[in-house]
Design a protein around this ligand. Structure first.
Ligand code: SR1
Ligand code: MG
Length: 397
């Protein structure tokens, strides 16, 4: 469905966004609409349109033809809006309560119109305030298990899967991750951004050939291993949450990639929040990390038992092998994410908003040591409860 097949791309303003919402019939003729551009991410415009009398709202998200965080010098394909709308629709097939409803999308205008989630809070912001969102890991473990299993060759016919791989080819956004997560932080490249006080720690990373070999292996998986349809950017800023609800948003980085990647990014962002807290407030984060895996592996195993399409499904040891490899990879990916969120282009507020400067630098040094250990030791970390020991053992030099 398109507004007009001749629609020509131009960035919306608050008033053209309202006109579009009215034209789409999403509000009544008599509605008095308010609109605010609320995009605080790195890439897109996000308009929140409300009809206060009817207590109703929508979100219109529009991709810009460049990365907002850098400016027009960094062009980006508008196709990511279609990828995002399609990824939300695909996830809704398996976890309809865990993603926003999509009302409309338009490829030419690069827009997605979706459910207003403003009654929820971005999980990262809430975690920084000290909230713990008790159902977060139950929901994300379920989201991951179902979206990953049912888009993989374990859950769908391999011919259908190859067609889906084609639909989600997403080179521009993958390139951002290839550079910003897997490459730039490990080399002296000018996208990196860190305090002078971290120069020595960062140079240690740039000079650590064994570490770089392990990151190269993880990058190779990201480049080549088309296991399942990933969210592709599953940090805590891509999740809306409350005490009772969780919604995964923003899958514009979606593509077919390795099973452990989304898990790793989610775990990493929980770890980053954990180390930003006092030691006695970290337990809820550790519990969330452990529960994410427990729910993921139980739900994935159940889906395998009920719905696996491959004749090898009953072969002793195969499911165990898949889960073990996913676990190991997720720990390595988590290590890369922890490092890039500390010294790369795109930081996290969990670390950057620590007010005391010395504590901020010490926490970032802790993050770098933790990230390195996760990458190096990912084969021997075989249970998530062990992660808290890694957080403790890397707390001090
Ligand atoms: C230029 S985009 C920077 C980062 O923001 C997105 O949310 C992704 O995490 C990306 O790496
Ligand atoms: Mg995003």
């Amino acid at each position: 469905m398109a507004i007009s097949h001749q629609a020509i791309y131009e960035p919306l303003t608050e008033s053209t966004a309202v006109a579009l919402a009215t034209r789409l019939g999403l509000f009544t003729e008599r509605s008095v609409l308010r609109c605010k551009e609320i995009g605080d991410g790195n890439l897109n415009l996000v308009f929140h349109i409300t009809d206060e009398d009817a207590d109703k709202g929508i979100i219109i998200k529009q991709a810009l033809p460049y990365a907002k965080v850098v400016g027009e010098s960094w062009p980006l394909s508008l196709k990511r809006a279609t990828i995002e709308a399609n990824a939300l629709l695909a996830a809704a097939d398996y976890v309809p309560t865990l993603v926003p409803k999509v009302f409309y999308s338009d490829e030419q205008l690069a827009i997605t119109v979706m459910e207003d989630l403003s009654h929820l809070q971005i999980a990262r912001a809430g975690l920084i305030e000290g909230k713990n969102f008790p159902l977060l890991s139950e929901h994300i473990g379920t989201y991951l298990a179902k979206t990953l299993f049912y888009t993989s060759d374990f859950g769908i016919d391999p011919t259908k899967k190859k067609l889906a791989v084609q639909k989600f080819i997403n080179p521009d956004l993958c390139k951002i991750t290839e550079d910003l997560v897997f490459t730039d932080p490990f080399f002296n490249i000018d996208t990196n951004s860190f305090e002078d006080e971290l120069q020595h720690d960062v140079e240690q990373i740039w000079n650590d050939q064994l570490l770089k070999l392990e990151v190269a292996k993880l990058k190779q998986k990201f480049l080549t291993q088309a296991d399942a349809l990933l969210h592709g950017d599953l940090h805590t800023g891509s999740i809306f949450a409350s005490e009772t609800e969780t919604k995964v948003i923003d899958p514009e980085f979606a593509y077919f990639g390795p099973l452990g990647f989304d898990l790793g990014q989610f775990i990493a962002n929980l770890l980053l929040n954990a180390i930003s807290r006092d030691t006695n407030n970290r337990e809820p984060l550790y519990k969330h990390i452990e529960n994410t895996w427990d729910v993921f592996s139980a739900t994935f195993s159940q889906a395998w038992k009920n719905d696996a399409v491959d004749l090898y499904r009953d072969t002793e040891g195969y499911l165990k092998y898949v889960l073990e490899q996913t676990f190991e990879d997720s720990i390595g990916f988590a290590g890369c994410e922890v490092i890039r969120r500390t010294i790369g282009l795109a930081h996290v507020a969990d670390l950057d908003t620590i007010e005391n400067f010395d504590r901020k630098i010490a926490t970032k040094q802790h993050a770098l040591r933790l990230g390195k250990e996760l990458i190096r030791d990912r084969k021997s970390i075989n249970e998530l409860p062990t992660l808290r020991n890694y957080v403790d053992k890397t707390a001090k030099e």
